[in-house]
Write a protein that binds this ligand. Structure first.
Ligand code: SF4
Ligand code: SF4
Length: 89
């Protein structure tokens, strides 16, 4: 079951710090134009059977927010939270 607004969390380990990334997708606003899918440099996104964007490969997302900037309908938002990793002992 998919709600109107989905938040898909993913965590990426990058070098010495970790980024917590969430995609906030408002399905009702997505018209399935595929712009975000095409512009995503990591091919993270896909359109589903209902022509709505879904995060297919969240582990590949770098949090660049290109999808958010390119969406003409403000249907996708990327929340990036950087967490400095505790100094390794
Ligand atoms: S934030 Fe960047 S890498 Fe992640 S889904 Fe959007 S365009 Fe792709
Ligand atoms: S660019 Fe926006 S409207 Fe177009 S498919 Fe992506 S989320 Fe949907």
């Amino acid at each position: 079951m998919v709600g109107m607004e989905d938040v898909i969390p993913s965590q990426i380990h990058k070098g010495s710090f970790m980024k917590k990334i969430e995609h906030k997708i408002i399905r009702e606003w997505c018209k399935g134009c595929g712009i975000c899918v095409e512009f995503c440099p990591k091919k993270v996104l896909q359109l589903d059977d209902e022509e709505k964007v879904v995060v297919r490969y969240p582990e590949k997302c770098t949090g660049c927010r290109v999808c958010e900037y390119r969406c003409p309908d403000l249907a996708i938002e990327v929340l990036v939270e950087k967490e400095d990793e505790k100094q390794a002992a």
